[in-house]
Design a protein. Structure first.
Length: 150
């Protein structure tokens, strides 16, 4: 029951993601949107990491539910990096906008690794999850290293 609300929220957000940019009244709205999507994704990714690293007991259902949500959320924040969102309350580096092809490639790599994590989590095999988590985490780190300020 604890995961039904976040999954319903993710589904609702996912349904609205395509026209999201058109719905942003101000650049600040887009920044809030992308930060919210990334925060939800990071929370669920952290749960998987805690299980993979032995900081919490392994729960195959929780891992699978979290991985599914991470995959859904991984598709959402990119709409929030539109024109004018390089200013304001953001840690996104100028390279997001000056190197858009590289930024898009990093996002797509992360999405691919997260999809592999979701597939691994569906097996319920902790070793497979650990391997996929490591690769997904590395893709997240690479993007942060290149496109996110401290």
């Amino acid at each position: 029951m604890k995961l039904i609300a976040p999954l319903a929220l993710a589904l609702a957000v996912g349904t609205l993601a395509a026209p999201a940019w058109a719905q942003f009244q101000k650049p600040e709205d887009a920044i809030k949107y992308r930060k919210a999507a990334l925060t939800v994704m990071a929370t669920h990714f952290g749960r998987i990491g805690a299980m993979a690293n032995g900081r919490m007991p392994f729960d195959p259902k929780l891992a699978a539910d979290s991985a599914a949500l991470v995959e859904t959320m991984s598709k959402l924040p990119w709409e929030g990096f539109g024109p004018g969102t390089d200013k304001g309350e953001t840690r996104a580096l100028p390279e997001v906008w000056s190197e858009p092809a590289k930024f898009k490639a990093a996002a797509e790599k992360m999405q691919g690794e997260v999809a592999k994590l979701n597939a691994a989590a569906k097996t319920g095999n902790l070793d497979a999850i650990k391997t996929a988590f490591g690769a997904a985490g590395a893709s997240c780190k690479a993007c942060h290293d290149d496109f996110r300020g401290r």
